[in-house]
Design a protein around this ligand. Structure first.
Ligand code: NAG
Ligand code: NAG
Ligand code: NAG
Ligand code: NAG
Ligand code: MN
Length: 436
């Protein structure tokens, strides 16, 4: 979408300062990965100075060293990737090792979803070896797929390789902040049925600087595309921004008790490529007896990529995955006629013609866990998802003369702007983007 215009001009300014050869190389790397690999390759792996943040505004002692017990569950960190840049994966691992207490970090599990990049073989092996020499007590496991199964399956196979009490399933284009794990582990120790998410800071794809984001809950629209939503009114009345807030879903990254995640059905591995798995998890956790929290004291910096390396057009897989969610979890809300209309931009109407695969196992799971209806979820967990019963129309708004659509402008402010019509993401909703 739209941060793109602004971002590319930043990238251009970065490129202008390079020699012509370097410019060509940097541009080619950017086109391939969707972020500035040329710069990443030249930044230190432990760039802690960029990541320090202050919780001085918070009234409670939360978010500070000394607040958290030493006696917390152990954590295993799963990093999934498909043709991610080597320096980005190394920096993620470096940050996890440097910023997770040694007695809590049991393992790091690298899940390669069939990358073709050669340097993710030998060169990454060498880096892993050097980390093992540095700390022989840390277990670094490798899972390599010889087929790209997509995000859900990759995350699940990382979970299967884990042995720690708690599993953190992360993207590989992240850097964790100091004190990222303790707040999450504290919540999970108190309640094993809580699935947690850190707050993401944004890492610009062009200059790789870290932009802090305000804590917010993770939600989604009727196209099951994720977006940020405010916490409940009750939450803000407590006037302590360091407190965990209830969230309808997760954006993608999640930290949960390992066995509990298995008990409630892990992830829908019938989903392909990308999208929808986070919404499915959100609805399932809440309706089947658990809960989800975004924990402001825990922060992870995450690169919002300019484009994703999986395939040129993600929308087909996203529709397919979203239809699986609707079929299994959304009861009458999936064929309610006006709801169907809402979903039409994404071909959610009755004749979508998409083969969504076998959902019988997921339906059985829902029955076995005796999960509450979707209506309960709407009323109790996510009342801000408006059923739009008096909806007149839904979709992009196009100026016929200029052939331009209303869209969300760049940060800060997201002031509406006119932009090429692509009828996707913020052009049809206020969605601002998912993790992946
Ligand atoms: C490019 O170089 C100019 C002059 O040295 C400097 O002011 C500017 O910040 C640089 N831009 C980037 C993006 O590095
Ligand atoms: C897996 O990787 C191999 C080698 O790069 C490639 O030929 C094959 O197409 C990939 N499979 C899938 C399903 O992506
Ligand atoms: C892929 O891996 C599976 C199990 O690890 C193995 O049985 C199969 O032969 C492999 N396929 C290819 C094409 O390498
Ligand atoms: C769906 O239909 C029911 C009646 O069958 C109606 O009460 C409800 O308002 C409709 N909901 C939506 C989302 O349109
Ligand atoms: Mn991501």
């Amino acid at each position: 979408g739209l941060g793109l215009g602004l971002g590319l001009s930043l990238l251009c300014r970065y490129l202008q300062n390079l020699s012509e050869d370097d410019q060509r190389e940097a541009q080619a790397l950017f086109d391939k990965y969707g972020y500035n690999v040329f710069l990443s390759d030249r930044l230190p792996l432990d760039r802690s100075c960029h990541l320090i943040h202050s919780h001085a505004d918070y009234p409670s002692a939360l978010c500070s060293h000394g607040f958290y017990s030493e006696d917390l569950p152990s954590i295993g960190v799963v990093l999934i990737y498909l043709n991610e840049a080597l320096s980005i994966i190394k920096r993620a691992m470096r940050s996890i090792i440097d910023r997770t207490p040694k007695h809590l970090l049991k393992e790091i599990i690298l899940v390669d979803d069939n990358s073709s990049e050669e340097n993710l073989k030998g060169d990454l092996d060498m880096y892993v070896k050097s980390l093992e020499q540095e700390d022989p007590s840390l277990s670094i496991k490798r899972v390599r797929h010889n087929v790209s199964y997509g995000l859900s399956h990759a995350r699940a196979s990382g979970w299967r390789a884990a042995t720690a009490d708690v599993v953190a399933i992360l993207d590989a284009h992240i850097e964790v902040h100091e004190l990222w794990a303790e707040p999450l582990l504290t919540q999970i120790k108190a309640d094993r049925t809580v699935v947690t998410s850190p707050v993401f800071d944004k890492v610009n794809f062009d200059d790789l600087t870290v932009i802090p984001y305000q804590p917010a809950s993770h939600a989604f629209d009727w196209a099951l595309w994720c977006m940020y939503e405010s916490f409940s009114d009750e939450y803000y009345k407590l006037k302590d921004g360091s407190l965990p807030g209830k969230s309808p879903s997760v954006m993608g990254i999640l930290v949960a008790e390992r066995k509990y995640l298995g008990e409630i059905g892990l992830l829908d591995e019938g989903m392909k490529v990308y999208g929808g798995e986070n919404v499915e998890l959100g609805i399932r956790v809440w309706t089947c007896g658990g809960s989800i929290e975004v924990v402001p004291c825990s922060k992870i910096a995450h690169i919002e990529r300019a484009h994703k390396p999986y395939m040129p057009d993600l929308s087909k897989a996203m529709k397919r995955n979203a239809l699986r969610v609707a079929e299994v979890w959304m009861d009458e809300y999936k064929h309610n006629s006006s709801t169907t209309k809402i979903m039409t931009p994404f071909l959610w109407n009755t004749n979508h013609g998409i083969d969504i695969g076998d959902i019988s196992e997921r339906k059985k799971l829902r029955e076995r866990l005796n999960c509450k209806p979707f209506k309960w979820y709407l009323e109790n967990v996510y009342p801000k998802l408006d059923p739009l019963t008096d909806l007149v129309a839904y979709g992009g708004m196009r100026n016929l003369d200029a052939d331009r659509c209303i869209d969300q402008g760049p940060v800060p402010g997201h002031t509406p702007i006119a932009y090429n019509c692509y009828y996707y993401g913020p052009q049809v909703s206020k969605a601002s983007g998912c993790q992946d």
